[in-house]
Write a protein that binds this ligand. Structure first.
Ligand SMILES: O=C(O)CCC(=O)C(=O)O
Ligand SMILES: [Fe+2]
Length: 336
């Protein structure tokens, strides 16, 4: 490890951990069955699922979900549409390239953001779908249909998960419901090359996502997570049919620090090129997220200033290669 790494935050210094298949064993990441989370389900069974989700958010910052209602064919279709897009000749993809990070559709293959060490990506807005889908790539011809079906289904799952998480925080399942329904959904479709040499190679450096939740589908292993009280990276296994879910900065703020956003990264897969589709869900671009008043009291003073996606986007260009986290920039310094 270069000497400079000790100066970096723990999660940056740990970028030379051994490959994901050789990471030290740790309690398995939670896998939660959402089959009993419906509003019409027996309240006692639903309460158990809400409890499992609350515990997973608090203790690990992430979990996988099964029985979420998104069919395997829709998931497969989204991955196929993504691969077909990345297989297009570069000049087709470059038509969607832009320096403006506020563009609703953007392709990027360089590492100008400071964290994409070996990834190309397509990012687009997805909610409400009818407002954005016409801006999505027209090529490959099935892209809009397949990715659109997936995005709509994932938005539905995000609403159920948010209801459960807000209930688990004691805020009630309908808290922010309208705003979440109309909130942003950013879909990041990521493509990483295969890397079969010795040791780990990081494709996307450590970061946390802005937004309340990220729901992620990966074609093969590569995602690694480090919760706030961990010292090592944990590989997220690919469980057929499951979706990975993790906590973002907005949820850390809303919960006044009871739930922490998850630091994660992607390493290159030694066996194959890898696709991941990360769907990030939060409030509307201009809507500031504040610590919930119900979770602020004498024992739990307010920990963060309010912020919006716009504030986050303003922060990004100033932070390139500085490895600072946005969440740290909005912490209220109680000594000040
Ligand atoms: O590729 C992955 O597994 C992670 C992607 C990710 O973290 C992101 O798009 O924000
Ligand atoms: Fe991420």
């Amino acid at each position: 490890m270069p000497a400079c790494c000790s100066l970096l935050p723990r999660y940056m210094a740990a970028t030379t951990q051994p490959h994901h298949q050789r990471l030290p064993p740790r309690a398995a990441l939670p896998v939660i069955n959402l089959g009993r989370l419906g509003k019409d389900d027996d309240p006692a069974s639903r309460a158990l699922v809400v409890q499992d989700i609350a515990r997973a958010c608090r203790d690990r910052g992430c979990f996988q979900v099964i029985n979420h209602g998104v069919s395997k064919s829709v998931m497969k279709g989204a991955l196929e549409a993504a691969s077909a897009f990345f297989e297009l000749p570069v000049e087709h993809k470059e038509e969607l390239a832009s320096d403006d990070i506020r563009q609703p559709v953007r392709y990027e293959r360089s590492s100008r953001d400071g964290i994409s060490l070996a990834r190309s990506f397509l990012k687009h807005y997805a909610n409400p779908l009818e407002d954005w889908i016409q801006c999505w790539p027209a090529n490959p011809p099935t892209y809009r249909k397949k990715m659109g079906e997936y995005a709509a289904e994932i938005h539905r799952v995000s609403m159920h998960l948010m209801e459960a998480i807000l209930q688990g925080l004691g805020l009630g399942p309908s808290y922010l419901e309208q705003k979440l329904d109309k909130g942003v959904q950013f879909v990041a479709v990521n493509n990483y090359p295969q890397f079969s040499h010795q040791g780990d190679k990081v494709g996307l450096a450590a970061h946390s996502d802005y937004g309340f939740l990220t729901i992620l589908l990966q074609s093969s292993p590569g995602l690694q997570v480090m919760h706030h009280d961990d010292d090592a990276w944990t590989a997220v296994p690919v469980i057929p049919g499951a979706l990975h879910v993790h906590v973002g900065d907005q949820l850390e703020v809303l919960s006044n620090g009871r739930i922490k956003s998850l630091v994660h990264r992607a390493v290159l897969n030694p066996h194959e090129a890898r696709i991941s589709i990360a769907s990030i869900h939060g409030l509307a671009m201009d809507e500031k997220v504040h610590c919930a008043e119900e979770l602020v009291d004498k024992q739990h003073p307010r920990m963060y200033r309010g912020s919006s996606f716009q504030d986050f986007l303003d922060f990004l260009p100033l932070n390139i290669n500085k490895y600072k986290r946005f969440i740290d920039s909005i912490k209220i310094d109680d000594k000040a």
